[in-house]
Design a protein around this ligand. Structure first.
Ligand SMILES: Cc1cc2nc3c(=O)[nH]c(=O)nc-3n(C[C@H](O)[C@H](O)[C@H](O)COP(=O)(O)O)c2cc1C
Length: 387
């Protein structure tokens, strides 16, 4: 009887769902406390990207923090985006000479060189976190030499973003403005021309937002989305858009292997696997799951177009897991919006911390070059999602 009750108790502990932790406990509360941080703590306290979330929650007004933090409905996708990475474990190889790995972080995306395989995702309303809107993100991305994709709903107007671009050697900083578009072709043409005239080198068309996101947390705080229309866009419309600009139009928000194949068929130069940070359709898959599905069912896609991905990326090992499947570069949204509360310094710090993690995690995996990361370096359970 005693054995049976002990066994039952152990089983119920094992079967109980682990509580969700927005930021895993690594001791930040012991250093910063849990009272409102009216004054921002020094960046030396920020040792990893989740720390920016902790600080943002203590520092921003609740409705402002909620605007960045919220996800769709019960936020199952938001949580899954974060947790899915922990369901894939590493297979580190040892006694490999990794002394040069830190020199291999550089990545080319659509023919443009960057210092790291990660970028800043488009996130609306920079002013919610910083009175200078997106300017800290522009300068921080320039300093860290990474790609920044400003949102079509940025607080800083496109002209000012163009003017803020920083010269990088002989060429201007690379940024790709994101857009949702309306069905008004005249407006779209004006916008595309403005983007080209601003010296930007690609357009990112977000296609995962066919309607308003159902956002319980946001509605509670009056912090809902600005994008509320029902879309009428189709693949044929994408063909038409391509005739309206010479710039490559990247498709952001691919969530199935079928649509990845359609994107290839329609000549998309690059796609972003994304469920919009879990903000649009609850239970939509994380980009790790989407990349896995493509890897299993149509791996040629990774050679036929440049595959980027975002959602829930917080650690160096997350970046490497996506790259192992064939993803070229990985985007982060919320961590950079929280970092931008500090302005340029915060964004730069976030980039430095993530570079540090990517190169050190790569070394621990036994990689001489981060671009050699592959399926061999991780353990993929046959059906790892929602397990
Ligand atoms: C506050 C906020 C605003 C966003 N605004 C946009 C937007 O204007 N356009 C867009 O394509 N995606 C937008 N996104 C989605 C991001 O580009 C990206 O897909 C997502 O944030 C990645 O997940 P992560 O925040 O967990 O890194 C937004 C995300 C957040 C958090």
């Amino acid at each position: 009887m005693y054995k049976f009750t002990t066994l039952t108790a152990l089983c119920s502990v094992a079967l109980a769902a682990r509580p969700f932790l927005n930021e895993p406990d690594t001791g930040i509360e012991l250093i910063l406390g849990t009272d409102n941080l009216t004054t921002l703590p020094p960046l030396s306290n920020v040792v990893g990207l989740p720390d920016f979330d902790f600080i943002a929650r203590q520092h921003l007004a609740p409705e402002n923090y909620t605007y960045y933090r919220n996800g769709a409905a019960g936020e199952w996708s938001y949580r899954n985006n974060l947790e899915v990475f922990q369901r894939v474990t590493s297979r580190p190889r040892v006694l490999v000479n990794v002394s040069q790995v830190s020199t291999t972080l550089g990545t080319t995306i659509l023919g443009q060189n960057f210092s790291a395989p990660f970028f800043i995702c488009p996130c609306a309303r920079g002013e919610v976190g910083n009175v200078n809107g997106e300017l800290g993100l522009v300068q921080g991305a320039a300093d860290g030499d990474i790609l920044y994709i400003p949102s079509g709903y940025s607080s800083t107007p496109l002209g000012e973003l163009a003017a803020a671009r920083v010269a990088n050697g002989s060429y201007e900083q690379t940024m790709w403005p994101q857009t949702y578009l309306t069905s008004n072709d005249t407006e779209t043409q004006i916008y595309f021309d403005e983007i080209a005239a601003g010296g930007f080198s690609a357009i990112v068309f977000t296609i995962d937002s066919a309607a308003a996101g159902v956002r319980h947390r946001a509605d509670r705080f009056g912090a809902g989305s600005v994008n509320t229309a029902f879309d009428g866009f189709t693949w044929e419309y994408y063909e038409k858009l391509k005739t309206m600009t010479k710039l490559p139009i990247v498709l952001k928000g691919i969530q199935t292997v079928e649509d990845a194949l359609l994107a290839v068929e329609h000549g998309a130069p690059a796609i972003v696997l994304s469920n919009h940070g879990g903000r649009n359709l609850d239970t939509s898959p994380s980009s790790l799951e989407i990349a896995y599905e493509i890897h299993e069912q149509a791996p040629q896609v990774f050679n036929q177009t440049e595959v980027l991905a975002d959602g829930g990326v917080r650690y160096g090992s997350d970046v490497l897991k996506l790259m192992a499947l064939g993803v070229k570069a990985v985007g982060l949204g919320r961590p950079f919006m929280y970092a931008n509360i500090y302005g340029t310094e915060g964004v730069r710090h976030a980039i430095e911390r993530l570079k540090f993690e990517v190169m050190n995690d790569a070394a621990h995996l036994g990689l001489q070059d981060i671009h050699d990361v592959s399926m061999k370096h991780f353990k993929w359970a046959p059906n790892f999602w929602y397990s």
